[in-house]
Design a protein around this ligand. Structure first.
Ligand code: ADP
Ligand code: MG
Length: 621
């Protein structure tokens, strides 16, 4: 019956908040993100944190490096063979037989076969090792994300996180595999080449190697700039993702306000900015590549001129000069590879950096070391001098709040929007921790229980229901993983959902669409209630569970909720009187704390705030 009951009409601060959120005025959250997510790491630190990921794959890595060494030996053999043949041909042609050449050919063939096999292994197993490391890192990041608190999610854009654990880690595969390999190969090659070249002609060698330190210095500088550009690029693509996600999720609002053009404009701007950032990256890359190319020109020039002069002066024989040129070519090729790798290195580094930013985000709510399991709860809840402010915005919601909810009691909380009702509910399962005072369940501070057992004992039904994309069956089973088909159906029956589910095309196997778009509000709500039935906790929190529903669904849902709260400690938040009239106790929560409390009749008699709201609601009718 809905005679005297009506809607509470409170001055709604929440409406304004909601509207501004739609328009994207979330300056403070963007600032927060800046604080939490943009920590920069030094190369040394990045490597130090990354190296442990190689540990399980040590054997693969060592064998990979061994193969790398093999390929290097093969490559270094060619100039030596050429040098031998040239010198023999020039000075002792008569002694050089087809057999010798054939022998050398065979040796080289053998080396190439080894080289082929080793290269195959490196490309295959090396990459697989990289991919395994990427997988491990992604797992760690995801597990970490599951532990991060609401505060983190309130301040981090999902698009950014998505980028971090997908794209950003792709480059880590390449990095993990090539980084040790390339440096190792380059190290060996340069060392051997130097030794061999110095053996052939020391002065000429020193002359050529003079350019190397200069080259390294220049490359490092440019490389550093490139990292900055990559970092910016990653961050911006994250922003772009977040923007796309925001706009796509809000398509209904976009369409309702016909703001497609405004959305396009915003997107164009971000997209254009991304282009600018890419241009910057390419500028550094071009500078980098051109500079290194210039350096290898200088090296060739040195060999050409200095080597030529040395030969004219009789300080080097032609065969040696040929070998020389070939080694210099090998070295330049090596340096070139390292340079090309530098880009990959920087990409990998930014990927690791963005990964670490997730790994290093604070887990604000966690089990105390000596936390105990919560078993057999009575559901007696005490708020003792509780103060709370939202950690990020320093938005003070409660100061010195005292409240005792007895075992099995049905409490209703009413009050103006923004008064802190939802916040009150969020404190019980520790979605946020109190900033002062404590909350006790059965006389024990809730922080002394394990989070898991605490949350197992608290069931929540909220205004907006989140259904996962999947079937109805899967969504109800979310209440207790592994529940049998009968249990799920039983829960659905008790939630008053069974009938409508059976009328759907595929019954319990009906796909609900992303976020349950294919179901009505009342249907979604009843599924969420079925979840809680299945979970069967002794404490129930109903946060405006029926607010978004039409009268008919509200009636159905209210019946389900009444059944749900039987025999359990229940905290109901409602702005419609119908659902709370029969509560044992009604609290009026305002910004100043609990202003009034008592049952319906007592509060009406009192002629206070509750009475005012009540008559106001009736006048509206
Ligand atoms: P109610 O449920 O009574 O409408 P809430 O508990 O949602 O009120 O909000 C209480 C106050 O806390 C409001 O001023 C609101 O702006 C603020 N608030 C709510 N959620 C957050 C949050 N995640 N971060 C910062 N402030 C918040
Ligand atoms: Mg609320």
């Amino acid at each position: 019956m809905r005679t005297a009951e009506g809607f509470f009409v409170f001055p709604s601060r929440a409406c304004v908040c909601a509207a501004s959120a739609c328009l994207g005025y979330e300056k403070s959250s963007a600032e927060m993100q800046g604080m939490m997510d943009h920590r920069q790491y030094k190369t040394k630190e990045l490597l130090k944190r990354f190296i442990p990921y190689f540990k399980p794959y040590k054997k693969t890595l060592y064998f990979d490096l061994f193969c790398a060494a093999l390929t290097t030996v093969c490559e270094l053999a060619l100039p030596l063979i050429m040098r031998y043949i040239t010198n023999e041909g020039l000075y002792r042609l008569a002694e050089l037989s087809v057999r010798t050449v054939g022998g050398l050919g065979l040796l080289y063939l053998l080396l190439r076969i080894v080289d082929t096999l080793a290269s195959y292994y490196m490309a295959d197993m090396g990459h697989v090792m990289g991919a395994k490391i990427e997988t491990d890192m992604r797992r760690d990041a995801y597990f970490r994300l599951q532990q991060l608190s609401n505060t983190y999610y309130n301040n981090t854009k999902v698009g950014q996180i998505m980028g971090r654990i997908t794209n950003d880690l792709f480059d880590v595969t390449e990095f993990a595999h090539h980084c040790p390999e390339e440096f190792f190969i380059a190290g060996i090659k340069i060392l051997f080449a130097f030794a061999i070249l110095a053996g052939i002609n020391l002065p000429l060698t020193l002359f050529i190697f003079l350019t190397v330190p200069v080259m390294i210095a220049v490359c490092m500088t440019l490389n550093f700039k490139m990292r900055g550009a990559f970092r910016k690029q990653r961050n911006h693509i994250g922003e772009l993702n977040a923007r796309i996600e925001d706009s796509l999720l809000g398509q209904k609002v976009v369409k309702a306000f016909t703001n497609e053009e405004a959305e396009n404009r915003k997107f164009e701007k971000d997209n254009g900015q991304f282009l600018d950032i890419k241009k910057e990256t390419y500028r550094y890359m071009a500078a980098f590549q051109a500079t290194t190319k210039m350096f290898d020109g200088i090296m060739y020039l040195t060999v050409l001129v200095a080597g030529g002069i040395f030969m004219v002066k009789g300080m080097i024989v032609p065969g040696d000069l040929v070998a020389y040129m070939l080694y210099v070519t090998t070295m330049i090729a090596t340096i070139r590879r390292i340079i090309e790798f530098a880009e990959q290195f920087q990409r990998g580094m930014t990927g690791i950096e963005r990964f670490l930013q997730i790994m290093d985000a604070d887990i604000e709510i966690f089990d105390e070391p000596d936390a105990e399991e919560m078993v057999e709860t009575q559901g007696d809840i005490v708020f003792e001098n509780v103060s709370f402010e939202y950690p990020d915005d320093h938005n003070i919601v409660f100061t010195g709040l005292n409240l005792h909810i007895r075992h099995g009691e049905k409490i209703a909380v009413v009050g103006p929007s923004g008064g802190g009702k939802t916040t009150l509910c969020n404190l019980i399962p520790r979605f946020y921790d109190v900033t002062g005072g404590r909350i006790l369940i059965d006389g024990e501070d809730i922080r002394h229980f394990t989070l898991k057992s605490l949350r197992k004992n608290v069931g929540i039904v909220q205004q907006d229901v989140y259904l996962f994309s999947g079937t109805i069956y899967e969504n109800i089973m979310y209440g207790r993983q592994g529940a049998s088909r009968e249990e799920v159906e039983d829960a659905a029956k008790r939630a008053g959902a069974h009938e409508f589910i059976m009328n759907l095309k595929d019954g319990y196997d009906t796909y609900v669409g992303e976020r349950g778009v294919k179901l009505s509000g009342g249907q979604k709500q009843r599924i969420s209630i079925a979840r809680v039935f299945l979970k069967n906790p002794p404490i129930i929190i109903l946060d405006e569970a029926t607010s978004a529903l039409d009268n008919e669904s509200e009636f159905a849902v209210a019946k389900s909720l009444a059944r749900l709260s039987e025999g359990r400690t229940t905290l109901t938040i409602a702005h419609r009187l119908s659902s709370i009239r029969n509560s044992d106790r009604i609290l009026v929560l305002t910004e100043k704390g609990i202003a009034e409390e008592g049952n319906h009749d007592k509060l009406l008699e009192k002629k206070g705030i509750y009475y005012q709201f009540y008559t106001m609601a009736n006048e509206l009718k």
